[in-house]
Design a binder for this molecule. Structure first.
Ligand code: GLC
Length: 764
């Protein structure tokens, strides 16, 4: 018997079971065919032993053993190791429907589903928000281009889900990096007679999982990200608009694009440099003809408030004269096949090799390659093709396709050597980690921005994610909402899709609609494939250009609010772009709402996602709401019908909202937050504004500040209480305009914000 009071250790005929309580809401379950394996270094940031002991009550009977915290009880059956969880009210919320099977060849578990239980998360997926009825594979894959709503898997594999029942929510992380599946097909068309079962399978490893009890979605996400890790604060500029294209072919083209943004007064902070900026697709090089003076270009762009983010691919060109290849070879950094030869395959540079990012010394080597980029002022890196994907023939001969490395290729550090079968899903995660850590070291205190296509659970610790190669289809615009909302519910908040669609041509109307909702996505980037017509915001005529300008301007004005949401995500794992049930978990009508989204707790967008549509039905959860554009007050608790002409995306604010807005700017470095506007909507509410220098890691050492606002009714009047600013970071002394969207009229008040407390009587 294990002496630890917080864990159970059982030896069954079929193998070992270990259950450990990590926090009052977080429990780790492991079951192996024989002895339990030593912990893998790449799995999660915190080992069981890193969690301080929590009070646990233990009870035993002939049938089983139970561990109980204030929130949950977990019981394991002695006979077969089946596990079940109940909450403090005695409700079962997660239970084996039959004894789990773990053998040398794989893992199988069948979980009981409650009537009406809904399933979300699962990382990056096509299709709708709720996943009952689907077979979901965890295997990082570049799908054959042009994927439809049924395609699975995609680039990022996150074996995490969130279960929602009335009044009860929990999350699960299936800690197994082999090819695995969540099978929810037996949940479709549920009948009372049929047991509702969700199955998990994996092609190797152990049955190893964590259960996180809510009971609210916010608490479940908090607990989940306590385990998997949270997003570091990105630099503020990374919240601006990013413009990309495969590829801007020369420094002159980059200058032209930047000039267009500035002369047309469309806000922009970042231009991405796709593969053609390199010298023969050699990572971290520059084409000497088309990008002759990278340092000069980076500096010139910086002088007008634009940062360049170059791409770096997983495939490293085989070329003895190329320093990355040569130094990697010297370090023995590249993955080798089972026979010991280099795993050499085709990608953009034709013959390519792949670094084994599972090994810490390889990550260090890779990270050190970014010093030169950082030295010339590059602060962001885009990493790609890291599922990893390999081509069927050389790219120079028209190669493409979606193969990967051989499953028996060796990977991992000494002591934990494994094969690509266990490591495949981790390739993007490791590349993102190595890139982030290298950039962080190289930037010496400035925050890097990293973007990465593939990933696994915990990817948010290192990078923002985009959803890969979508198409300029209305279906993909519609899909982007459930896709990003589910990413957020899987722990990854800094996410976006290629605005306008990557493949094919957007119509002006599609682009306008995409820009409207895209402007509120946490990661906001327009990108398009080679061989398509230009997709910059001005490429679709004056009307669409104006729509792009309006919505990007709105994003920039919302930055104080959005930045605060990033802080919340950084601190608590709270998704930024999230389904309505996250904020209104009691409302059963929201469970399948695919086409509306909360952006933080105060704003709700209901974008138009079909062609020709100029009005739509919008569901408003209970409470009062205000139309963002007209200020009109609406009563929630049902559907409303609203006009949505091409230039307008329905957008709503919750009653009691205190929404901080900044001045209109063209880029985030234009001026500090020296002017603030508080849009205040009648009701009771609170908001805490977060601020820091936006650029350095000082915030991690506590150099930030927070201002707390509270809106409440006193003697018939609404009063805005501004608390004294807390924290060491000093924003400029500034004018604050309070715009009160009152019952009768819009009231404007202003005060000088020097960090001291004050009360404002706003009226009713
Ligand atoms: C991949 C990426 C895409 C990029 C292209 C060329 O398809 O997903 O964003 O433009 O490669 O690098």
């Amino acid at each position: 018997m294990n002496p630890s009071p917080t864990s159970i250790h059982l030896s069954l005929e079929t193998g070992e079971v270990e259950i450990t309580v990590l926090t009052p809401r977080l429990v780790h379950v492991r079951q192996a065919a024989g002895e339990l394996m030593p912990r893998r270094s790449w799995a999660i940031p915190r080992a069981d032993a890193d969690f301080p002991a929590v009070p646990v009550e233990r009870s035993e009977s002939d049938a089983g053993i139970t561990l109980k915290t204030d929130l949950v009880a977990v019981t394991v059956r002695r006979a077969d190791g089946a596990v079940s969880f109940t909450n403090s009210a005695g409700r079962v919320f997660c239970a084996d429907a039959q004894a789990p099977r773990v053998s040398g060849r794989g893992v199988h578990a069948a979980r009981q589903a409650a009537p009406g239980e809904r399933f979300y998360g699962f990382g990056e997926r096509a299709g709708l928000l709720e996943k009952s009825g689907r077979l979901l594979t965890n295997w990082t894959t570049d799908p054959v281009r042009s994927h439809g709503p049924g395609v699975d898997p995609l680039y990022i594999a996150i074996p995490v889900y969130l279960s929602l029942q009335p009044g009860l929510c929990h999350a699960v992380y299936f800690n197994n990096t082999f090819h695995s599946e969540f099978d929810l097909r037996r949940l479709a068309n549920r009948t009372a007679a049929e047991p509702a079962i969700m199955e998990w399978r994996a092609d190797g490893g152990e049955l190893d999982y964590y259960v996180v009890y809510g009971p609210t979605p916010a608490e479940a996400l908090h607990g989940l990200t306590e385990l998997l890790g949270r997003m570091p604060m990105p630099p503020r500029w990374a919240l601006g608009y990013h413009q990309s294209r495969w590829s801007y072919q020369s420094a002159d083209e980059v200058r032209q694009v930047a000039d267009e943004f500035r002369s047309r007064q469309i806000p922009c902070d970042v231009i991405h440099l796709d593969i053609d900026h390199m010298d023969g697709y050699r990572n971290l090089t520059w084409n000497p003809q088309t990008y002759p003076d990278p340092a000069g270009l980076v500096a010139e762009m910086r002088s007008i408030g634009i940062r360049l983010v170059p791409i770096v691919d997983a495939g490293i060109k085989v070329d003895p004269a190329y320093r990355v290849y040569a130094s990697g070879l010297q370090q023995d950094a590249f993955i080798r096949k089972a026979d010991g030869s280099l795993a050499q395959y085709y990608v953009w540079p034709d013959d390519s090799v792949f670094a084994d990012y599972l090994r810490p010394e390889v990550r260090d080597w890779w990270g050190s390659l970014f010093e030169e980029h950082a030295r010339i002022g590059v602060e962001g890196i885009w990493t790609d093709m890291n599922e990893p994907v390999v081509f069927d023939k050389p790219f120079s001969q028209g190669g493409g396709g979606s193969g990967t490395l051989p499953l028996d290729a060796g990977q991992g550090p000494a002591g934990e050597r494994t094969t690509h079968a266990e490591a495949h899903n981790l390739f993007g995660l490791g590349m993102a980690q190595a890139t982030y850590e290298g950039m962080r070291r190289a930037l010496g205190g400035r925050r890097p921005f990293v973007l990465c296509r593939s990933g696994f659970a915990g990817i948010q610790r290192w990078t923002a994610s985009w959803m890969g190669d979508n198409d300029s289809w209305w279906e993909h615009l519609a899909m982007s909402l459930p896709q990003l909302m589910n990413m957020g519910l899987s722990g990854a908040p800094f996410v976006g899709v290629d605005i306008g669609g990557f493949g094919n041509e957007a119509t002006p109307e599609l682009f306008a609609r995409w820009m409207q909702i895209g402007s509120l996505m946490p990661f906001c980037r327009g990108h398009s494939s080679a061989g398509t017509l230009p997709h910059e915001p001005w490429a679709f005529g004056a009307e669409v250009e104006q729509i792009s300008r309006t919505y990007l301007a709105l994003r920039y004005r919302l930055l104080p609010y959005l930045y605060t949401q990033f802080w919340k995500a950084h601190q608590c794992g709270t998704p930024i772009f999230r389904p309505l049930f996250f904020d209104f978990p009691q409302d059963a009508a929201l469970a399948d709402l695919n086409d509306q989204v909360m952006v933080g707790p105060l704003l709700m967008a209901a974008p138009v996602l079909q062609p020709g549509v100029r009005a739509r039905a919008v569901y408003l959860p209970a409470g009062e709401w205000f139309d963002w554009w007209t200020g009109r007050r609406l009563t929630g608790g049902g559907w409303t019908w609203t006009e949505a002409p091409l230039d307008s995306m329905p957008l709503y604010v919750r009653a009691g909202a205190i929404l901080p807005l900044g001045p209109a700017i063209q880029h985030t470095g234009e001026r500090p937050l020296d002017e603030l506007m508080l849009e205040v909507y009648p009701g009771e509410g609170e908001f805490t504004l977060y601020e820091d220098d936006g650029l350095t890691d000082a915030c991690e050492r506590g150099d930030y500040c927070q201002t707390h606002y509270r809106l409440h009714r006193r003697a018939g009047n609404l009063e805005l209480e501004v608390w004294a600013r807390e924290g060491s970071y000093q924003p400029p002394v500034r004018n604050v305009t309070v715009r009160f969207h009152g019952r009768v009229r819009l009231g404007e008040f202003s005060y000088t914000d020097d960090g001291t407390a004050r009360h404002l009587r706003l009226g009713n």
